[in-house]
Design a binder for this molecule. Structure first.
Ligand SMILES: [Zn+2]
Length: 303
């Protein structure tokens, strides 16, 4: 007996409760397991910088296990975006995420921004990252471009490799479906305002950021966005990094954020894959093609 190819979910005969499953907003907690990759992407010479490398290794040594335990306190399933190099360096950490029921997704191989690569290099990056997860028995459904630096080719590349959702584009705060030449891709739009990097990333060499904001400030920013998205019916997609939010006071802050989401009483938690499934059976979700912007070189002569 031969296996049937997996079919895309079909619209339900029952009235759909919508992609929010009847809730005011959807909360999707995401973690980018970048580890050492942002430091190496800034230059191979930074491998000699023991402070910078160990700053990033906090991710696997302390930060991710701490945050995994906090998620377990609530029984929440989250979405972890893992670069291939992190999967190769920390296979037990990544398989632990799977065993705890989390959604593990693709986050390139080396975390070099695709906008700085050729078309062929972006493809090689994608395939190496995919293969690194495959060696751990993981078939990812989701993709996030490193630094959210997607190209107009990234969506098609993901669908071509069997992936079905992406979290890289910023033109909406509700999910939509991108029609590509290879099939549909559910876009789950992120935003910088819900990223811990802008609040907590301080690393002078290589320069990954110069901010160490109080956790209370991050909590206020994220809570304001949560309540706005509850009013307007959107996706609250929080992006955290364990080498940042895994630090002790910030980890407590993340727990407090989860408590606030629960206390609102009208927000539902979903992983990327769960939200993909809800989007694909919602006939009201917008479907469109990506349209690269045509720019007149006579108006903008500088490359
Ligand atoms: Zn990343």
């Amino acid at each position: 007996m031969t296996a049937e190819p997996a079919a895309n979910p079909q619209p339900s005969a029952q009235p759909s409760p919508g992609w929010r499953n009847g809730a005011a907003a959807v909360a999707m907690l995401t973690f980018a397991v970048d580890g050492v990759t942002p430091v190496l992407a800034a230059g191979r010479r930074h491998a000699d910088n023991a402070m910078a490398i160990t700053h990033q290794q906090f991710d696997a040594r302390r930060g991710t296990p701490r945050l995994l335990d906090i998620l377990d306190e609530f029984g929440i399933k989250a979405t972890f975006f893992v670069p291939g190099i992190s999967a190769e360096l920390w296979p037990a950490l990544v398989t632990d995420m799977v065993e705890r029921g989390h959604d593990v997704a693709h986050h390139s191989y080396s975390h070099r921004p695709a906008t700085q690569l050729t078309v062929a290099e972006e493809r090689i990056e994608f395939e190496r990252g995919y293969e690194a997860l495959a060696r751990l028995g993981i078939t990812p459904n989701g993709y996030r471009s490193p630094m959210w630096a997607a190209t107009w080719n990234s969506a098609g590349l993901a669908v071509e490799h069997g992936l079905s959702y992406d979290t890289s584009l910023m033109d909406d705060d509700r999910p939509y479906v991108i029609e590509t030449d290879h099939g549909p891709l559910v876009e789950l739009p992120p935003h910088w305002s819900l990223d811990d990097w802008e609040q907590y990333a301080y690393l002078p060499e290589p320069h990954l950021g110069y901010v160490i904001e109080p956790p209370e400030k991050a909590l206020a920013l994220w809570t304001a966005e949560l309540d706005g998205l509850r009013e307007f019916g959107g996706l609250f997609q929080l992006t955290a990094h364990s080498f940042l939010s895994g630090r002790a006071g910030r980890a407590r802050n993340l727990r407090r954020m989860i408590e606030i989401i629960y206390d609102r009483g009208d927000v539902t938690f979903m992983t990327g894959t769960q939200l993909r499934d809800a989007v694909l059976v919602d006939p009201t979700v917008e479907r469109r093609r990506l349209e690269p912007l045509a720019v007149d070189p006579a108006v903008y002569p500088t490359w």
